[in-house]
Design a protein around this ligand. Structure first.
Ligand SMILES: [Zn+2]
Length: 261
């Protein structure tokens, strides 16, 4: 059984998906539970954990945020540095960081590096774009099949500030009907659930990490497709295939528009 340390775990939705998949997950807590759960005060033991997972705070990297702070001065960036510090302290085999696509690249010495876009709409009728970074000491790469977004109206995902009810947000995140956080007030509950990783995405990630054990891809010079699909490119060039090239082009155009606004 793999032992996993969870950082900035919120109310533990990502942890839950990994536990379901048979991992033993230990959480370093989250500051939403009080200042004694501040990851900045957390010291990790070396050589105990197989993996480190976490979804550090993402609002500072959102391209939609108008008053984005200077990167190096932002809380979100500080938490990424903490994530990196703890990965190094643990000396774990692999790490997985969940965030948004505007997140800075986190390359940690001694680990491979992979960025992967993932959309909740590949698994259910809710659109939520998330972004994963993954590192592995033996250069193993997560294989996440890109799903297809079925046409038709999608529900918009649960947000931290959301006018819909707590019950509705729970449903959007894949939580059961009687899920509750009795120690939080209503707004606190909604924020905590809205900030979480949807269970459908968590489950895909946990099973992709499980699959690594049967997946001895360990070439030193692996090149990862730059479109965000996370696939390994075995030929010359930057992209896995033609649709990757198109996707990367669309992304570039989109970010150009965002800058102009
Ligand atoms: Zn690609």
């Amino acid at each position: 059984m793999q032992l996993v340390l969870s950082l900035c775990s919120g109310i533990g939705l990502l942890d839950r998906a990994f536990k379901e998949a048979g991992f033993c997950v230990v959480s370093a807590g989250d500051i939403i539970l009080g200042k004694h759960h501040d990851v900045r005060d957390f010291a990790a033991p070396k050589g105990k954990f197989d993996g480190v997972i976490g979804g550090t705070p993402c609002p500072d990297f959102s391209l939609l945020k108008r008053d984005r702070p200077v990167l190096e001065e932002s809380y979100g960036y500080e938490m990424i540095l903490e994530f990196e510090r703890i990965v190094k302290e643990c000396d774990c085999t692999w790490w997985l960081l969940e965030n948004v696509s505007g997140v800075p690249t986190v390359k940690i010495d001694g680990y491979s590096h992979q960025r992967i876009d993932i959309n909740q709409a590949w698994y259910e009728n809710v659109t939520r774009l998330r972004h994963i970074q993954f590192g592995h000491k033996e250069n193993k790469y997560l294989q996440i099949e890109r799903g297809v977004t079925a046409p038709g109206q999608k529900q918009s995902c649960a947000l931290a500030n959301d006018s819909r009810s707590f019950r509705e947000l729970c449903k959007l995140q894949g939580l059961e009907d009687d899920f509750d956080l009795p120690s939080f007030n209503v707004n606190g509950k909604k924020r905590a659930v809205g900030n979480g990783v949807p269970l459908s995405i968590g489950r895909v990630l946990a099973s992709a990490v499980t699959a690594l054990q049967q997946n001895p891809v360990t070439q030193q010079d692996n090149k990862i497709c730059e479109c965000g699909c996370g696939r390994i490119v075995t030929h010359r060039g930057q992209y896995y295939d033609f649709s990757c090239r198109k996707r990367a082009q669309r992304k570039k155009n989109k970010s150009a528009v965002t800058v102009q606004q």
